[in-house]
Design a protein around this ligand. Structure first.
Ligand code: DOR
Ligand code: ZN
Length: 450
């Protein structure tokens, strides 16, 4: 069969349109056209075209994730390029930017290209492996950045860590500015964060205990509040510094997993002052707040924040201050989770969690959601023909059923990380099928329209 697909009876939505009862024709990996009734009739007669009746479903450009951990090389018991790509396809993603906190750390274009071509051979999604800001996360060396080409490595990141030395960070940002490489920042002052963690843990243990005096618990609640406020300060202080450095360097700074209202405000202010700043928000930070005794599986960095932070993040997504949604897909083994490793799988729940919380609960339009999950990340990465449903654009398409309700079960994830704070939650909006370069790379087991 030739590489041609027609999807009809669909609602077509991207950042710029929302059209009911329409058709889209994909050919040779590109969006060929949007056939009208008579053109569709002709296409439907052609036996060499795969036909998909998308009645009741919605077709969107597939999602682009600015922040995934595929753990390859070195931690492939948690995830590898193949399992991560499968998770991406199942979640409706066609492109993922991979973080470099692997073993060895990805500190060269060669290693990045190795991962990119591994994914290319698998053909389930595209990956852009990012390179570390300092070589091997040593916090000092940036000479490896001189050898990067933007077309191959559009992003550098020290994710999981902060670059503590401001002169090193400024130097790295200046190199990135020259090459037009995006500097992704994991904003967290590690000294502040470290100071809060032990007494946060002690307070949580008291709160999690059954029994114990009420006076003791009251004190623990106070301690927890104090610790959480130091942890928020750790993000905000690093955000202020990084924005200030980016202003001098003139680079494009992208703030990873922004989780406090103060950091949102800081990014907005910096943008007004001319800093080239974009920022992402994760599905988990808008779906849940923290502050109570958390399940060990909910531990994540940055931590789940206060309810007022959560609402501020939703507002930033709604009004367009925030640029995109990124998963921070961070799979771990059961043992590592039990030992307190931060993070969890996110690719396979991202769309449903965002649709349920943002669109169903907070009235964010599907057009805006598509902008946040596809068009804007494409823009940040400089992908000219991706992220929208337009003729000539890549045939990276996701078919979702917005009315379908499903219960999250981590055990059935394609990812090797089977843990999610959304375990058992009922979500709306299921990914039914994903096309990557015009080829079907995922379909739900019960999707009967093919
Ligand atoms: O929760 C997290 N997990 N946050 C990070 O920044 C790193 C990530 C990981 O690599 O596990
Ligand atoms: Zn991070």
């Amino acid at each position: 069969m030739r590489n041609a697909v027609v999807i009809f009876n669909a609602r077509l939505v991207d950042a710029t349109m929302d059209k009911k009862n329409a058709a889209i024709f994909l050919e040779n990996g590109k969006i060929k056209e949007f056939p009208d009734k008579s053109a569709l009739k002709e296409i439907l007669k052609d036996d060499s075209v795969l036909k998909l009746d998308a009645k009741g479903c919605c077709v969107l450009p597939s999602f682009i994730d600015m922040h995934s951990h595929f753990r390859d090389p070195g931690f492939t018991q948690k995830e590898d390029i193949e399992s991560g790509s499968s998770a991406a396809a199942a979640g409706g993603f066609s492109t993922c930017v991979l973080m470099p906190n692997t073993n060895p750390v990805v500190s060269s274009q060669e290693l990045a290209e190795f991962n990119n071509s591994k994914a290319e051979k698998l053909g389930l999604c595209k990956v852009f492996q990012s390179v570390s800001i300092t070589e091997n996360f040593d916090g000092k060396t940036t000479s490896h950045l001189d050898r990067l080409e933007r077309a191959k490595v559009p992003v550098i990141s020290e994710d999981g860590k902060e670059v503590c030395d401001s002169s090193v960070m400024l130097g790295a940002m200046k190199i990135a500015a020259k090459k037009k490489i995006v500097v992704c920042c994991h904003c967290e002052d590690p000294f502040l964060a470290e100071s809060a963690r032990p007494f946060r843990k002690a307070a949580l243990e008291i709160l999690a205990e059954n029994g114990g005096g009420s006076k003791e618990k009251k004190e623990a609640v106070e301690k927890l509040k104090a610790a959480d406020s130091i942890l928020a300060c750790a993000e905000d202080a690093a955000t202020f510094r990084n924005l200030r450095l980016a202003k001098d360097a003139g680079c494009h700074i992208h703030l990873c997993h922004v989780s406090t209202s103060a950091s949102v405000e800081a990014a907005k202010k910096a943008r007004q002052e001319g800093v080239d700043v974009t920022f992402e928000i994760t599905p988990h930070h808008i779906f849940m707040s923290g502050g109570k005794a958390p399940e060990i599986f909910n531990i994540v960095n940055p931590p789940l924040r206060s309810e007022s932070d959560r609402l501020a993040l939703i507002q930033a997504l709604k009004n367009g201050d925030a640029d995109c949604i990124a998963t921070d897909h961070a799979p771990h083994t059961l043992q590592d989770k039990k030992n307190g490793s931060p993070g969890f799988s996110g690719l396979e729940t991202a769309f449903s969690a965002c649709y349920t919380m943002l669109s169903r609960k907070f009235g964010i339009s599907l057009k805006r959601l598509s902008q946040l999950m596809s068009a804007n990340p494409a823009k940040i990465l400089g992908l000219k023909k991706e992220g929208l449903l337009k003729e000539g654009y890549a045939a990276n398409i996701v078919v979702v059923n917005l009315d379908k309700c499903w219960i999250v079960r981590g055990a059935s994830f394609m990812s090797r990380g089977k843990y999610t704070p959304l375990e058992g939650k009922k979500l709306f909006g299921a990914v039914e099928a994903t096309f990557f370069n015009g080829r079907l790379v995922f379909h739900a087991p019960d999707f009967s329209s093919l």
